[in-house]
Write a protein that binds this ligand. Structure first.
Ligand code: SF4
Length: 186
């Protein structure tokens, strides 16, 4: 067994959607050893080996595993968070126990798609970034042709939750995160 317990330490409001929350849970042991094995068995996760993060999508939720904590975004309530954390604990321990039969995958694997970015943008098509649409902007962000900070509306309080998820996604996919206080804040 790798992970013996977890504890929810922070529950934050989701400003983009007042019906949802963001949850941070600390884990009792360092769990990064299992990341390359989870990266091998799960589809569509993003592994950032140097940063020791693994981002998993499950039912529209974005789950990021760090060495000593887990963040869950777009969560309905603490019950849902508990269910996801229990699922993660089982997944981590089962994968860890089977690791001798799994070829670890250290690659970043899932490539970040423009649609992944687009879904987290304001969607206003306001052209303030200099692009005709949010989708065109997302394509350029993925191609590293424009910085995410060019989307002014994204940095309003209303989009704080989306911005944080976007920051994690970009970070997990190996993109440089602009040194913007609102992008990195947790
Ligand atoms: S500034 Fe942001 S919201 Fe406006 S078009 Fe560009 S990406 Fe979309």
């Amino acid at each position: 067994m790798l992970l013996r317990s977890y504890k929810i330490t922070r529950t934050l409001p989701c400003l983009a959607d007042p019906m949802k929350i963001r949850v941070i849970a600390e884990v009792s042991e360092e769990i990064q050893e299992v990341f390359p094995y989870l990266n091998a068995v799960l589809k569509g996760c993003i592994y950032n080996h140097p940063a020791n993060t693994l981002t998993i999508r499950k039912d529209q939720k974005l789950i990021t595993l760090h060495s000593l904590h887990i963040t869950l975004a777009k969560i309905e309530d603490e019950n849902e968070a508990e269910g996801l954390l229990q699922w993660l604990e089982d997944l981590i321990n089962e994968t860890y126990e089977s690791r001798a039969k799994i070829e670890p995958n250290y690659s970043m694997a899932a490539e970040l798609k423009a649609l992944d970015i687009f879904k987290l943008l304001p969607g206003a098509n306001c052209k303030k970034c200099g692009e005709p649409t949010c989708l065109a902007f997302a394509v350029k962000v993925v191609g590293r042709d424009i910085e995410i900070t060019k989307c002014d509306p994204l940095f309003s309080e209303k989009y704080q939750e989306k911005r944080k998820v976007l920051g994690e996604l970009l970070h997990a996919a190996g993109y440089a995160i602009p040194n913007h206080p609102f992008m990195s804040e947790r």
